[in-house]
Each structure stands twice: as C-alpha cells, then as structure tokens.
Design a protein around this ligand. Structure first.
Ligand code: ZN
Length: 211
C-alpha cells in the first residue's frame, strides 16, 4: 500500500469523523499498517486537522521513524495488531453513545452491544467491556491481548470504543456502526426491544463472516 495514499486517507477519515462529531478536541486516534511499519496519529493532535506530513511513522518494532510523537495510546493499538494478525487499521474514539454504554454498570461485560440490527452483527460482532485502566497505561495491553483474536471491537470501561479492521475504511465503518448501534441501544433502553434471535445471528455469521 502506498504510504502517501495512506497518509491522505488518514487525514480524510480523521476530518470526516471529526466533522460528524465522532471525536472532539484531541481525543481519539487512528493507526494503519503500512509496508514496513505503522502510521499513527500524533499525540495531542485533533483528528479534524491532521497534517499528512506530520503523522507519526513507526517501524515494525513500534520505534519512532519520523513525524510527531505518537499518541500515548499506542499500547492499545499495538496489541490489536499482535493479537489479531489480519488487522490493517485500528480506530479508537471517545464517541458519545459507545462511551455511554462503556459507563453503564448493568451492561453485560461479555456482550455489551445487543444484536438489534443485522449490521452490527456483520460489521462489529460481539463486544466485550474491558476493565478500566488509565488512558495510555500499558496495563491495558494484557487485557486487550486476551480478547483481540476473538473480537474486532471492544469497549474500554468509562473510556470508549476500540475497533480493528482489515483496512482503514473497514475499521472506520465498523466504529461508526458501533457508535450508531450504541445510540439505538441508549434510545431504546427501558423499551421492550426485539433482538435478532440466535438462528438469525448464526445465518449472518455464516454469510458475512467478520474478519
Ligand atoms: Zn482514549
């Protein structure tokens, strides 16, 4: 994959996520696998105004090659690539409704996002909530490592979603689907909601296997 093209796509999708309110201020970060390492959004950067030339380049061992210093949430991204080899990109947001779900004490920590639409099953799958750790702490690594092989998306308790995809676009689309489903779940909370049943979920998983 052409690195200059990947940088431009990070700028484009960062701006798009910012303009639609999926990220505010300097919150959230994106990483993308490129030929000989990784491109990562810089620390304290605003996703709406990324500079392609200043995006952090890390080598295959996650050492700084060029650009600004990387986001402090690199450990979070790194374990997804290590635990889920098909990962081409990771998107971490503090998007409102997915973060709201991560704060609810009565959400099932093994299945926080109920299957209320086919799209969340196809694009996101089952989403666990991992215990709270301080942002940027390496303590998050073993927690994510244990789940990354089986889950493309997780919620960090009282913090927000982390979503992996085979490409930048697939990770962004899955993060958007997770946020919109979380919005539906919050909106319908307390109502008598009909979920997809196990046969419907099995049929979706058989036809649209999540990578
Ligand atoms: Zn964060």
């Amino acid at each position: 994959m052409d690195e200059a093209d990947l940088r431009e796509r990070m700028v484009k999708w960062g701006r798009s996520l910012f303009e639609r309110g999926f990220t505010v201020g300097s919150s959230g970060n994106i990483s993308v696998r490129c030929g000989d390492g990784f491109l990562v959004t810089p620390t304290n950067s605003c996703m709406g105004f990324l500079d392609a030339a200043r995006i952090t380049k890390l080598d295959a061992g996650w050492n700084l090659v060029s650009g600004d210093a990387p986001t402090k949430e690199v450990p979070l991204h790194r374990v997804f690539y290590e635990g889920r080899p098909q990962t081409g990109a990771v998107v971490h947001l503090h998007s409102t409704f997915a973060t709201a779900l991560s704060c609810l004490a009565d959400v099932d920590p093994e299945d926080a996002v109920a299957p209320i639409t086919p799209y969340v099953v196809m694009r996101v799958g089952r989403v666990p909530v991992l215990p709270y750790t301080m942002p940027g702490s390496a303590d998050v690594a073993p927690l994510v490592r244990a789940r990354a092989a089986d889950h493309a998306a997780i919620l960090l308790a009282n913090h927000g979603p982390v979503v992996a995809g085979t490409s930048l676009e697939s990770a962004v689309f899955a993060a958007e689907e997770l946020e919109e489903t979380a919005r539906l779940l919050v909106l319908t909370r307390g109502l008598d909601v009909r979920h997809l049943d196990s046969a419907q979920i099995a049929a979706l998983n058989a036809r649209f296997k999540l990578k």
